[in-house]
Ligand binder design. Structure first.
Ligand SMILES: [Zn+2]
Length: 102
C-alpha cells in the first residue's frame, strides 16, 4: 500500500464526498443508496494505482477526481479500465490530462 501525505488523504476524502454527492448518494452502477441501505461507499479507481500505472501516468492523473467513480463494494470492479492502452483508456487519460493543463 502506498503511503499518502495528509494533504493527499484530505483530497481523497473531499473527492469522495463531492462525487458521492454528484451521484445522489448512490452507487454509480446499481441502485444501492449508501445511507439508506447502510452500505459503505468505495472510491473506485478507473485506472488503478498499480506500480506500473503510477510509473507511467503519475499520481496527478491517477489521483484526479475524474479517475474515480463511487460504487458499492460489489460494483467496484466495474469502474476499472483494465487496459489503459485501449482506446477507452487512452481517451480517459487524455481527458484528465487536458483538465490538468487548463
Ligand atoms: Zn453497486
Amino acid at each position: 500500500m502506498r503511503k499518502l501525505t495528509q494533504d493527499q488523504k484530505d483530497q481523497a476524502v473531499e473527492n469522495k464526498r463531492i462525487l458521492g454527492e454528484r451521484q445522489g448518494g448512490k452507487c454509480y452502477y446499481c441502485d444501492i443508496h449508501f445511507e439508506r441501505d447502510n452500505v459503505i461507499p468505495h472510491a473506485a479507481h478507473i485506472i488503478i494505482d498499480s506500480v506500473v500505472n503510477i510509473r507511467k501516468y503519475g499520481y496527478e492523473i491517477l489521483d484526479n477526481i475524474k479517475n474515480f467513480k463511487i460504487t458499492c463494494p460489489n460494483c467496484n470492479p466495474k469502474a476499472i479500465i483494465t487496459n489503459p492502452e485501449s482506446q477507452t483508456g487512452i481517451d480517459h487519460i487524455e481527458a484528465i490530462r487536458k483538465e490538468i493543463e487548463l
